[in-house]
Design a protein around this ligand. Structure first.
Ligand SMILES: Nc1nc2c(ncn2[C@@H]2O[C@H](COP(=O)(O)OP(=O)(O)O)[C@@H](O)[C@H]2O)c(=O)[nH]1
Ligand SMILES: [Mg+2]
Length: 301
């Protein structure tokens, strides 16, 4: 995980680095966490990427609600932005991603062709030249920490990944990885900072394990997660912890779960830390069920 303490100077440097790298690529792959598509995005990406083709990968889609995946896909899809669900643990979605990349490459070539034709150049001669020295599509991956950027790079390149070394015009030390289809991927992803000003964002990132547990009290975090699950996924919560009826009060619910799971200290006191850890760990591992914590505006209640 890329746990970084972000400070203004660091953000500025990151922005500049990503902006520089963007000049080298045809396409940007933005990875987000399908459970928290709002909190795992940094809106600065829109400004940075500008009009460049972009592909949004809804990663960890194995852990998120399928209905929500569909809703987010149609919500995020727009002109110049494609959306794909992915599971980097199994590689599900990688084939679709490669197909999509092929389609985008053709689209980019077509656009270039249109520009050339419009400028009245000799199309036939240019065509042959273009085919001969056609450059492979180049891309880079960006996203906030813990969304699965490194996992996606590994999935895309696999064992056959080849470091193609420095290329002219590439900042010293920059490496390109070659994919099975010949396309090139910048070996280091752009790591954006999460926007922690919004308290909901902070909580949701913490639920998903994307910010350090140490900065939050585990018992409080667990209680907040239980509160959220009671609200959005009461049936899954009840089923996982064998609750016949969910108490109205989240703390009472937490205590009930503690009793069910034996998170009890001497003197029959509730072990809040332990029950909180059980619930957050099980949520993160997808054991409570497929859960999406954030919905696109249209389907929000
Ligand atoms: N369940 C699940 N876990 C994933 C998926 N992709 C990545 N992870 C896990 O999420 C954590 C962060 O992944 P990583 O690639 O290091 O994220 P990065 O910080 O963006 O580079 C790791 O524990 C991965 O194993 C996925 O699609 N599904
Ligand atoms: Mg990483």
């Amino acid at each position: 995980m890329d746990h970084i303490n972000w400070y203004p100077g660091h953000m500025k440097k990151t922005r500049e680095l990503i902006r520089d790298n963007l000049k080298l690529v045809d396409l940007v792959v933005e990875v987000i966490d399908a459970r928290i598509p709002v909190s795992s995005r940094n809106p600065i990406i829109d400004e940075l990427v500008g009009g460049k083709p972009r592909l949004i990968v809804l990663n960890k889609s194995d852990l998120s609600d399928e209905d929500a995946n569909r809703a987010w896909t149609s919500y995020l899809k727009k002109d110049g932005v494609d959306v794909l669900s992915m599971n980097c643990m199994t590689g599900a979605g990688v084939k679709s991603l490669l197909r999509e990349l092929d389609r985008i490459e053709k689209q980019i070539l077509r656009k270039k062709e249109e520009v050339r034709q419009a400028s009245g150049q000799d199309v036939r001669r240019e065509d042959n030249a273009a085919v001969r020295k056609r450059k492979p599509l180049r891309m880079m991956i960006v996203g906030v920490p813990n969304v699965g950027k490194s996992s996606l790079i590994n999935r895309l390149t696999g064992k056959k990944s080849a470091r193609t070394g420095d290329r002219p015009g590439v900042t010293k030390g920059k490496q390109w990885l070659t994919l099975s289809n010949g396309m090139q991927l910048l070996d280091t992803p752009g790591i954006l900072w999460p926007k922690l000003e919004d308290p909901m964002t902070g909580l949701d990132l913490a639920f998903c394990g994307s910010i350090r547990d140490e900065i939050l009290n585990i018992a409080d975090l667990g209680l907040e997660l239980i509160r959220r699950l009671m609200q959005d996924y009461p049936d899954l919560l009840a089923a996982r912890y064998g609750l016949e009826e969910i108490p109205e009060d989240p703390l009472a619910c937490m205590e009930e779960i503690a009793r069910k799971r034996g998170a009890i200290l001497p003197g029959k006191r509730i072990d809040y830390d332990r029950v909180a850890k059980i619930v957050t760990d099980e949520f993160r591992a997808g054991k409570i069920g497929r859960i999406t914590l954030e919905r696109p505006p249209e389907v929000q209640a």
